[in-house]
Design a binder for this molecule. Structure first.
Ligand code: GDP
Length: 313
């Protein structure tokens, strides 16, 4: 059984971790959004890839969901005292990742290869890949003009009103070779509960999973888990984005977002009244607890998702 999980950062990493607790290393490939990547202090930073890897490796900061546990901030504090920007927090341990990744990229290695080597060093047995080895930059169109993603997300704390999104470089970019192979040989694709607009859409676009899907195998299943619970996001701007785009945020809105691609949809118990409307979109629907507060919750949700799409492990 081969499963591909598509993930952004925090929400994606939690379900990916649940799946990794159940599936064998050769059964799971996590393909991660790189539209949030950017350069800062001359370093190449991949926030979603790092969140997924730190989470799978057990190195993540449990309070923030991003960055590393047991972190210190000496380098960034000293840089900011010298006049450098302090709006993007980079911990000392985390900086080591960016230093080495930047060095390797400059030496000509691909982001896929570097990610695989880092995973090995961190003891991650499942495969984690960037969606592409070429740069793609999510740009957020707002009432204050177009902003680069981290400028909108971190520096401006998602305050400007969103009008739309553009994935710079996406039309020219190819999927990472191993990511394409993984999707082509997948029995099922799991769209993790990540932000549909800025975490999942870039991955779907790069992998050509919409509007003309790559040839998935016979009887293939694509399951999505709603990141919107009771009309709100657990973290981050997903619900705010839906509202600003004049769509009422709900699990149903997420299901509509993925209509035509997704065969199975998972939503929270709190949203059970939406189940018939979701089924009306030609999807099978499952209602369960989707809030992952603990490691046990992650594994439980992963196990229910796999059962729902008929994967026996
Ligand atoms: P980001 O790039 O770090 O913002 O990461 P993601 O896009 O992967 O995660 C943000 C999304 O994850 C938000 O829309 C949250 O609502 C969702 N999310 C976070 N934790 C959970 C959870 O425990 N359950 C569900 N269903 N969604 C979650």
């Amino acid at each position: 059984m081969k499963i591909v999980a598509l993930a952004g950062g925090v929400g994606g990493a939690k379900l990916a971790h649940g799946l990794a607790q159940i599936l064998k290393p050769e059964e799971l490939t996590v393909i991660v959004n790189t539209g949030d990547d950017f350069e800062h202090y001359g370093l190449y930073i991949c926030p979603d890839l790092d969140t997924v890897c730190y989470t799978l490796a057990g190195l993540a900061n449990p309070e923030t969901g991003w960055g590393r546990a047991d972190e210190s901030w000496n380098a960034i504090e000293n840089a900011s005292k010298l006049g450098g920007p302090a709006w993007f927090k980079l911990g000392d341990r985390d900086l080591g990742t960016h230093l080495e990744r930047t060095r390797r990229l400059k030496a000509g290695d691909s982001l896929s290869q570097i990610t695989q080597d880092f995973c090995k060093a961190w003891g991650i047995q499942h495969t984690v890949l960037p969606m592409s080895d070429q740069p793609i930059r999510t740009m957020v169109d707002t009432d204050e003009g177009e902003l680069a993603f981290q400028e909108y997300f971190v520096h401006r704390r998602c305050e400007p009103r969103v009008k739309g999104f553009r994935f710079e470089g996406a039309d020219e970019a190819e999927p990472a070779a191993k990511a394409r192979e993984a999707v082509e040989s997948a029995d099922a694709v799991v769209i993790c509960p990540s932000n549909p607009w800025v975490s999942v859409d870039p991955v779907l676009k790069i992998l050509s999973l919409t509007p003309t899907p790559l040839p998935l195998g016979e009887g293939n299943r694509v399951v999505a888990i709603s990141p919107i619970i009771g009309g709100e996001a657990i973290k981050g701007p997903a619900a705010k984005m839906y509202r600003e785009l004049r769509i009422e945020p709900s699990a149903l809105a997420v299901a509509k977002h993925y209509q035509g691609l997704v065969t199975h949809f998972v939503m929270d118990t709190i949203d059970s009244q939406l189940i018939e409307s979701v089924r009306g979109l030609n999807m099978q629907a499952l209602v369960t607890n989707t809030l992952m507060k603990s490691h046990v919750d992650r594994k439980q949700l992963a196990s229910e998702v796999l059962q729902f799409i008929g994967v026996t492990v």
